[in-house]
Design a binder for this molecule. Sequence first.
Ligand SMILES: [Zn+2]
Length: 260
Amino acid sequence: MEWIDTHCHLDEESFTQDCSETIQRAVDAGVKTMLAIGITLDSCRRVVELAQQYPSVYAVIGLHPNYVSAALPGDWEKIVELMRAPKVVGLGETGLDKYWDYAPIDLQTDYFHRHLELSRELDLPFVVHCREAEAETLAVLKQHAASGPLRGVMHAFCGTAETAAECLQMGMHLSFGGMLTFKKNEAQRQLSRTLPLDRLLVETDAPYLAPTPYRGKRNEPAHVRLTAACLAESRGISREEVATATTHNARQLFRLPDFM
Ligand SMILES: [Zn+2]
């Protein structure tokens, strides 16, 4: 079985001591591809470097909504330039976050629009972070969907059935992370079994949101299998089926090469 972790923060400090061991553990566990995602200009530079250093790592770069206030003039232009670096396969993470009060919503929205416009221009998929801002996020997405289907993914999806339906209708993918395995999230598991398998991805968001039984510990890409196993169990299908489908979906969405 082969898995793809479509969202991990391999450049974060908690991995600096053992980044190559972490990546090797993932590869040994069948997680042959990892998408390292940037949140600031510095972080984007680091994930691009990681992608150059490790054959199994690809980069997704952008300005996270919580860091748009901290961005310096010119940072966005530098990220746009960096999009041309080898193995950059998508934009993000972008989106809206009303949970943390790190940046005014208008500024977050402005950057969200920039990512979506650039996604169309470069024909690269985008990765959406949405926290306590479902209505606002959908409103922005809908504006862009007016000019054609969207090529993107709702990362660590934990929204309602209605939001899922709207995102799917706009052409988007939905990605499940460790939260799917948390005991209290039965409603998410119920929802996950109703969604089309050909639009689902799996991810860790490592080092955050470790799945059960690692909850509260540092998460790592190898653990994506636990979330995928939970998805398989919820849907009453085999882990092989989930592995084949989600790996294929991720390869198509991010146009990743096929190693097999
Ligand atoms: Zn993330």
